[in-house]
Design a protein. Structure first.
Length: 484
């Protein structure tokens, strides 16, 4: 027996060392998993929490704080919703998603807030920041001061829109605290977080939060996405007078975050009468923060395996991603979580099916530039914005094509700007080539004139046969697909 003791000690030591090695390997995976949180809005009671205190990049859910600080200033009488604010060159230079107004354009605080919260317009966030705090830095200081007062101990801000920045950090815990504070402190301005759609001129933009108009009782808040953070969503819903707040960070698509949030909310409402059976998780402010660096999901979210550019306005359905890890995480447990859809009556639907349905019909909220208007003056202002869009139609089409890849709020991701620009270049360049190439094909006896006309398009390839421009256009046209 004495002879076996050294062997036992050695075995135990090896087992202990192996367990430490496993823990070291598993730690990064745990940190990179989704962060989930479900709380009661009134009490702050935690109903579910997974990685809720791991630091995370907030992306555009930052705009909840931007709206909070702005509306608190309105409530305190420092400005009004009718106050005119001006688009600066700094605001106009922000990356998409944005409204795209030229420097010098004026609009009200009210309209800027609606554009920011529904379209997730990065330029409008800066317009508000400069209008309230004088500058991005001044407003960021106000945001950080507010976060400290609210008990958001894991949060720091360096900009008002959530575009990529190392110092822009939060957690599911802190976002839950912020959402509760918004509902508690600014109930008269709550409508800003659940506008279903806005109409600017001829353009209608639906809310990126897919729960609005689909999940019964959904009434807030905000989405966000950058490559490093994944797809984020703070959502709220009310049923039978009970309001819950769900936070999902790091989902793999816009639909996945909505499905996960719907599942959290549904479980919370289903537990309404069984809470006494569950162990108490305390309140959201008592969750213990984790001292760690935020996970960087850039490769997972924006790597070469993506068939299309990642974007906050992501309407890809979970059903189309069968077999992927994202599909599994988004739909996991759906057999147990289904939804009453018509007045809380059967038939039942799975969460992914519910998110795939069309949003309930709702009249878009009119937004416009210039001062506050009503009646015929409002109609004239909306018509003027629509006319301006029609006048700038060719440029508008290009900008919309460029915005889709960049609607993800990821301007600092490598190649994002060039990826957005190349589709425009391809579209503007291929049409003339196609025309000039077509002329020589059908005019063999008049070869001199087409060659002369084609010189600008084919450049040094002057002696080339008509087929060559076609071959040259193929890789150019394919670039958007390759870059996605």
């Amino acid at each position: 027996m004495h002879a076996l003791r050294p062997l036992l000690r050695k075995s135990l030591f090896n087992l202990f060392a192996a367990s430490l090695a496993c823990a070291a390997l598993l730690a990064p995976r745990a940190a990179s998993a989704e962060a989930l949180l479900l709380i009661e809005a009134d009490s702050g009671k935690v109903l579910q929490a997974e990685n809720a205190t791991i630091p995370w990049y907030p992306a555009s859910v930052t705009k909840i704080m931007t709206a909070y600080v702005t509306l608190k200033a309105v409530k305190d009488g420092k400005l009004t919703l009718d106050t005119l604010i001006t688009v600066s060159p700094t605001a106009a230079s922000q990356s998409p998603s944005k409204m795209g107004f030229r420097p010098g354009t004026q609009l009200t605080v009210d309209n800027a807030l609606k554009m920011m919260m529904v379209k997730s317009a990065n330029d409008m966030a800066v317009v508000l920041a400069e209008g309230v705090g004088g500058s991005i830095d001044g407003f960021s200081a106000m945001m950080n001061d507010t976060a400290q007062k609210l008990g958001m101990t894991q949060t720091s801000y360096v900009n008002p829109n959530g575009l990529p920045a190392d110092g822009q950090i939060t957690s599911a815990r802190d976002l839950g605290i912020l959402a509760r504070s918004f509902l508690r402190d600014l109930p008269e301005y709550e409508y800003f977080v659940h506008i279903p759609a806005i109409r600017f001129g001829k353009r209608v933009t639906g809310n990126f939060n897919k729960l609005i108009g689909r999940y019964p009782g959904a009434d807030g808040f905000k989405t966000g996405f950058i490559c490093a953070s994944g797809y984020n969503l703070v959502a709220s819903a009310t049923r039978n007078g009970r309001r819950l707040i769900a936070v999902v960070l790091g989902a793999n698509s816009g639909t996945a975050r909505a499905v996960k949030a719907a599942q959290l909310l549904e479980r919370g409402f289903a537990q309404d009468n069984l809470t006494w059976l569950r162990p108490s998780l305390g309140t959201v402010d008592k969750l213990v923060p984790v001292d760690a660096s935020p996970p960087n999901l850039r490769e997972d979210m924006c790597g070469g395996h993506r068939k299309r550019p990642a974007s906050d306005d992501d309407d890809a359905l979970i059903a189309t991603n069968g077999g992927t890890s994202g599909s599994a995480s988004a739909t996991g447990g759906e057999a147990q979580v289904t939804f009453f859809t018509a007045g809380l009556q059967p038939p039942l639907m799975k969460a992914s099916e519910l998110m795939a349905t069309a949003a309930a019909a709702a009249e878009p909220v009119l937004v416009y530039t210039g001062p506050t208007r009503t009646g015929t003056a409002l109609i004239a202002a909306v018509a003027a914005d629509a006319d301006q869009q029609t006048t700038a139609k060719p440029r508008g089409k290009k900008s919309r094509v460029a915005k889709k890849p960049d609607a993800a709020d990821k301007p600092k991701d490598a190649g994002a700007k060039t990826a957005a620009a190349k589709p425009d270049a391809a579209k503007s360049g291929t049409k003339p080539d196609a025309k000039t190439a077509a002329k020589p094909a059908g005019t063999k006896h008049a070869a001199a004139k087409p060659d002369a006309a084609a010189k600008p398009a084919v450049s040094a390839d002057q002696p080339a046969k008509p087929a060559k421009p076609k071959a040259a256009t193929k890789p150019v046209a394919a670039k958007p697909a390759n870059n996605s």
